[in-house]
Design a binder for this molecule. Sequence first.
Ligand SMILES: [Zn+2]
Length: 304
Amino acid sequence: MDKQTTPPICNYEDSDYQTSFWDKGGREYEDRTEAIALKRLLPKKGRLLLELGAGAGRNTPRYRGFERIVLLDYSRTQLEQAQQRLGKSDKYIYVAADIYRLPFVNGLFDAATMIRALHHMADAPKALEQVRKVLGSGGIFILEFANKLNLKAILRFLLGRQKWSPFTLGPVEFVKLNFDFHPRAIRNWLKELGFEIERTLTLSHFRVGFLKRIVPTSILVFLDSLFQWTGQLWQLSPSVFVKAKVEGGKHKAEIPDSPLLFFKCPQCRYSPLVDRKAHLECSSCQKKWEVKDGIYDFREPIRN
Ligand SMILES: [Zn+2]
């Protein structure tokens, strides 16, 4: 795949996103409602989960039923923060990579999650296609997306305070590299890729500034947890979770013990790569991919 054809990437390198947005940003309500949704959707047990857009690992401890987790993010500094939070162990594998050029062999994972990440993707169908390829048969995909068809957007549009229509299927880029999607467009893309949608939950029904100030968070979280089930019927909240399953029986393929065998060359797709300690080398195109302080870096090959 040619680099020039890869869509632009929203990069959180050197960002204090975890601190400013989550830890100090008054997002406790959103964080707790996500925890509830994940608990409802995640399989109880699994072998190898791919967390796309893992960031600083906020959600990672919630995947405790899985034997191993690959944390993937484009930003290396986000992964360093995740490493500090979760520690270095065989359970966690840290990978800096571009979602449009995933460095994994096909059919590797039995589950994948993408929470608050599709939001930044200029070419969502292309990103979803990559996810589909690395999931094995019967694999589970939990996807969160920002919903353009939310009540606030509908009201603003009907009152003439917003130019874009929440009813059209196309994504809306309301801030550069921030996209909201129509639930039907997401369903269509997933179905075209061979996913079956098992469940839909709606979240953050009460993401309204004044409510968050006057109503105790626990009460809002409780109410939201009741409303989440209505996602099966309609989706008018700003955030939606979908549990999709790759058609076919349960994923039975061997998952290699060594993470080295997870990878393929993102440049030419050759596998396996050769372990040279400080880097992995592709014996087909000779590109070298850095391995440093426990982070595999597949963004750009090492310059010779
Ligand atoms: Zn290669």
